[in-house]
Design a protein around this ligand. Structure first.
Ligand code: GUN
Ligand code: ZN
Length: 432
């Protein structure tokens, strides 16, 4: 049974960070053979229970929950850094042409291998990811996620109109493919399926209706899409669905708002939209580097909290500019500052970290499963080196509080801080 001695970061149920400078993390298999946290807390209080176990001592390091990325596009790994006037030209000129390459299984497999390795290198251990409209891309990503024992949720993109040849799918076949992929992958090992209409403008009414029917038939499957990201996109959606109360209302009209429904961006909302999110249990994937890069706008944290709907952080690569949770948390901080000038809000480092770990897990319906290091959680964690660069060393040595330490890591950190990513390895299969 692995027992670690190191500084240890985890979260209470209310989102407060719990930090033991000299901590203990004990890990062991559950009845299914999956590695879980058995004990987590102060070394002094817990070590006598493990007196006969070998201990991995990591002085100067911090053990922290693996990060949870609530929205990322695996086929946009190579689209990062493609400049455009805004979302729609970016999709047309860079993203759709690139995504058409994922019709090929070997290309999909090669990118999937790089993508999963990149997530792990950055400390991301759970991801909700878009594939492309090609079933081969979904098979490729699930296969790689399974090989790496990752908790990975993905799905075939549905887009049967206003999309070029090469990515546009056929309405009926797209729904048949989606159901077959659900049956093939959902719940296998640590994998989950997500029904994935790209966004309302690229789906017909029939396709959205079919997606909603599948969402009702498979209630523990996730749903993901984009909403209210960009003003031109919103205008287009309103023209195409004039009967809907709002852009978000389109998804509601087709049965696509429920728990486990994750909508990226959610920037240009009114309070009725926010109340709809709250009342249906749908959540937002806040993607600040993408929103800044594409000039989409600023997520309104204060209004989200006032009305009370769930959200967490996401990279949104390749609209987003980085796989690094540190970069995403810093961008979220800037966005919170923008809100602060208007509404007196500022995000604390503990809140930012929670939004990318336990908070994101909660938003995905995975509270107590991942994103934390409390007893019972699956043992996905990172080993952080707060002295990974000369400036980090200088700065973190001067931290007088947990907030100062976490803030230094958020502002100065990146993949160099992530010394190891440990995935809850389980022995799967009937003999486990
Ligand atoms: N809206 C529809 N498709 C996309 C996409 O791939 N990225 C972003 N950021 N927004 C979208
Ligand atoms: Zn996206």
């Amino acid at each position: 049974m692995p027992v670690y001695r190191s500084a240890l970061l985890r979260f209470a149920d209310d989102g407060r960070a719990l930090y033991d400078e000299d901590g203990l993390l004990a890990i062991g298999p559950d009845a299914q053979g999956r590695q879980r946290v058995l004990a987590a807390g102060a070394w002094q209080a817990l070590s006598h229970q493990y007196a006969h176990e070998p201990v991995t001592h990591l002085p100067g390091r911090i053990l922290a929950p693996g990060f949870v990325d609530m929205h990322i596009h695996f086929p946009q790994t190579d689209v990062i850094g493609s400049p455009a006037d805004g979302l729609l030209p970016w999709l047309e000129n860079y993203t759709f042409p690139h995504e058409s390459r994922f019709v090929a299984s070997d290309y999909s497999a090669q990118v999937a291998e790089f993508f999963v390795a990149e997530l792990l290198r950055h400390g991301v251990t759970t991801a909700l990811a878009f594939a492309t409209s090609h079933p081969a891309s979904v098979d490729a990503l699930f296969t790689e996620g399974q090989r790496q024992h990752m908790r990975l949720i993905t799905g075939k993109v549905l887009q049967d109109r206003h999309s070029p040849d090469g990515v546009r799918d056929d309405t009926e076949q797209s729904l048949i493919d989606t159901e077959a992929l659900i049956q093939r992958w959902h719940g296998v090992d640590r994998l989950g399926y997500v029904i994935t209409p790209r966004f309302a403008p690229t789906s017909t009414h029939e396709q959205l209706r079919g997606a909603g029917e599948l969402a009702a038939r498979y209630p523990d499957v996730w749903i993901q899409s984009h909403v209210a990201e960009n003003r031109d996109e919103i205008r287009w959606a309103r023209e195409l669905f004039p009967a809907a109360r709002s852009y978000l209302g389109v998804y509601d009209d087709f049965g696509l708002m429920r728990e486990r429904a994750v909508y990226a961006h959610c920037i240009h909302f009114d309070d009725d939209d926010r109340a709809l999110m709250r009342d249906t249990g749908a959540v937002a994937a806040v993607s600040p580097t993408s929103n800044l890069f594409l000039g989409s706008g600023f997520f309104d944290y204060a209004s989200a909290d006032r009305v009370g709907f769930g959200y967490g952080l996401a990279s949104d690569v390749g609209g987003g500019t980085s796989f690094s949770p540190f970069h995403t948390m810093l961008a979220a901080y800037y966005v919170g500052r923008e809100g602060q000038t208007k509404q007196g809000l500022s995000l604390s480092p503990q809140q930012l970290w929670w939004q990318h770990t336990a908070g994101a897990a909660k938003a995905l319906g995975l509270a107590g499963v991942v994103g934390n290091l409390q007893p019972g959680c699956e043992a996905d964690f990172v080993v952080l080196n707060p002295r990974a660069t000369p400036l980090l060393e200088r700065k973190t040595c001067q931290a007088r509080s947990l907030d100062e330490l976490l803030f230094a890591l958020i502002v100065l950190g990146d993949d160099r801080v992530v010394e190891q990513t440990v995935i809850s390895q389980a022995k799967y299969g009937p003999s486990a």
